[in-house]
Design a protein around this ligand. Structure first.
Ligand code: PMP
Length: 427
C-alpha cells in the first residue's frame, strides 16, 4: 500500500511552491498514486474508472507493459545524446510515424509537447507562405505559449499580451454554432475574414478536427474541405492539430482530419503519441520542410532515445491490439447508450462524438441550450464519488468529456452510463 505524502500535505506544498495559476479537479482533489490500463488508484487504494486518460493522453492504457519495457530497456542503455549523433530509435520512430500518414506527409520533426508542435507548425506556415496572418477557430485550444496563446480562442486561457495577427473565425459547431450544421456557411466566414480582415493573403489555417478543450466538438460536415480550398487560394497552408484526435481514437479513422476527407499540409501531434511520455511531433511535406533548412532547427530533447523507443512501442501496441477498431466498437456502444440516457434526462442537451472522443453537454433549457454550469459541477463531483473520472470542458464548463484510455471496454462503458444515470437521477 501507498505510504507517501497525502492530499493535505501535497496540496499545501503545491500552494507554497508551485504557481498559483495551477488548477485542480474536484473540491477535495485526488492524490493519484498508481495507474493500470483504464484504472487509476488513489492514496487509499480506491480504484477509479478513468474516462479522461490524463486529458486524452494515455492511449494504450496506464503503464502499458510494452511501453514501460521499451522505456526501461532504453533508459538502461542510453537516455540522451541529442541529434548531433545518430541513434536508431528516432529514425525508426520517424519511419513508423510517416507510414501512418497519407499523401506526401513524410517529414517528421520531434518536439516535447503539443504547444511546441503548434509553435513549430505556425513558424513553418509563416516561412513557407511568406505571409503572417493565421486563421484559427473560435473555441480552439492549441497551447499556452506566447505564440500559441494567440491561436487558442477561449478567454479562460488567454493572457492579455500581444497575440500577433490571428483571425478567429466562427466556430463550425453543429450544436451551438450560429449556422447549425451548415458547413458551407461557416466556410464563407473564412472567406470573409480573408477578404475583409487581411491583405488577401494568409500564412495558414489551423484547426483541431475534434475540439477537445472546447468540449468535444466535431466540426460541421464538409467544413474542412471547403476551408482548405479557400485558405490555399489565399496562399496559406492547412494545419491539422491531432493532439487529441489522432492515433485511431475516433474509431472510423486513424486521424481526425480523415473524417473530413482532407489531407493537411502540416499535422501536429502530442499527448496520445507517447501514452504519457513528454513527446510531440510535426509532420509535413518535403517541400515545406525545405524552407526550414535555411537555418538550423534544433530541439535538445526532441526525439530523444527514451521517448522515441516509447513512442514506437505505442504505435506498435495500437496496431497489435487493433485499438482503432476497438474504439469504433466500444465508442458506438457507449454513444448509443448515452443517447438512450438523453431520452430520460431532460438536462442532457447533446450527446456527440466518434469512437472514444465523446462529449455530453448539459443544459437547463433544451430550446435555448442554456449551459447547466452548477449542475455539471455537482454531477462531476458525484461521478468521482461513484468511482468514475470524466473530463469537463467547453467555455461554460458544462460538457463532460469522455475520452478514456483506448483499452476501455463495453463493460466499462456500461458502468459509466449507469453512474451518469444514477448521478443525474439524484439531482
Ligand atoms: N492542441 C490541443 C488540441 C490540445 O488539446 C492541447 C493540450 N490540451 C495542446 C495542443 C497543447 O498541448 P501541450 O499541453 O502538450 O502543450
Amino acid at each position: 500500500p501507498y505510504t507517501g505524502p497525502r492530499v493535505d500535505e501535497i496540496l499545501q506544498k503545491r500552494k507554497r511552491f508551485l504557481g498559483p495559476s495551477l488548477f485542480y479537479y474536484y473540491q477535495k482533489p485526488l492524490n493519484i498514486v498508481e495507474g493500470k490500463m483504464q484504472y487509476l488508484f488513489d492514496e487509499n487504494g480506491r480504484r477509479y474508472l478513468d474516462a479522461f486518460a490524463g486529458i486524452v493522453t494515455v492511449s494504450c492504457g496506464h503503464c502499458h507493459p510494452d511501453v514501460v519495457n521499451a522505456v526501461i530497456e532504453q533508459t538502461k542503455l542510453l537516455q540522451h545524446a541529442t541529434t548531433i549523433y545518430l541513434h536508431h530509435a528516432i529514425a525508426e520512430f520517424a519511419e513508423a510515424l510517416a507510414a501512418k500518414m497519407p499523401g506526401n506527409l513524410k517529414v517528421v520533426y520531434f518536439v516535447n509537447s503539443g504547444t511546441e508542435a503548434n509553435e513549430l507548425a505556425m513558424l513553418m506556415a509563416r516561412l513557407y507562405s511568406g505571409n503572417h496572418g493565421m486563421i484559427a477557430l473560435r473555441n480552439a485550444y492549441h497551447g499556452g505559449s506566447a505564440g500559441t496563446i494567440g491561436l487558442t480562442a477561449l478567454n479562460t486561457w488567454k493572457y492579455p499580451i500581444p497575440q500577433g495577427e490571428i483571425h478567429h473565425v466562427v466556430n463550425p459547431d453543429p450544436y451551438r454554432g450560429a449556422f447549425g450544421p451548415d458547413g458551407a456557411r461557416y466556410a464563407k466566414d473564412v472567406q470573409d475574414h480573408i477578404d475583409f480582415g487581411t491583405c488577401g493573403k494568409v500564412a495558414g489555417f489551423i484547426a483541431e478536427t475534434f475540439q477537445g478543450v472546447g468540449g468535444a466538438v466535431e466540426l460541421a460536415p464538409g467544413y474542412l474541405k471547403m476551408v482548405y480550398d479557400i485558405v490555399r487560394k489565399a496562399g496559406g497552408v492547412c494545419i491539422a492539430d491531432e493532439v487529441q484526435s489522432g492515433f485511431g481514437r475516433t474509431g472510423s479513422h486513424y486521424w481526425g482530419f480523415e473524417t473530413q476527407g482532407v489531407i493537411p499540409d502540416i499535422v501536429t501531434m502530442a499527448k496520445g503519441i507517447g501514452n504519457g511520455l513528454p513527446l510531440g511531433a510535426v509532420v509535413t511535406t518535403p517541400e515545406i520542410a525545405s524552407v526550414m533548412a535555411q537555418k538550423i532547427q534544433f530541439n535538445t530533447f526532441g526525439g530523444n532515445p527514451v521517448c522515441s523507443s516509447g513512442g514506437l512501442a505505442v504505435l506498435n501496441v495500437l496496431d497489435k491490439e487493433q485499438r482503432q477498431k476497438h474504439c469504433a466498437d466500444v465508442g458506438s456502444h457507449l454513444i448509443e447508450h448515452l443517447k438512450a440516457l438523453q431520452k430520460s434526462h431532460e438536462i442532457i442537451g447533446d450527446v456527440r462524438g466518434r469512437g472514444l472522443m465523446i462529449g455530453v453537454e448539459l443544459v437547463t433549457d433544451r430550446e435555448l441550450n442554456t449551459p447547466a454550469k452548477s449542475e455539471t459541477t455537482a454531477i462531476f463531483e458525484k461521478l468521482k464519488d461513484l468511482g468514475v473520472l470524466v473530463g469537463k470542458g467547453g467555455l461554460h464548463g458544462n460538457v463532460f468529456r469522455i475520452k478514456p484510455p483506448m483499452c476501455f471496454t463495453k463493460e466499462d462503458a456500461d458502468f459509466l452510463v449507469d453512474a451518469i444515470d444514477y448521478a443525474l437521477s439524484g439531482m
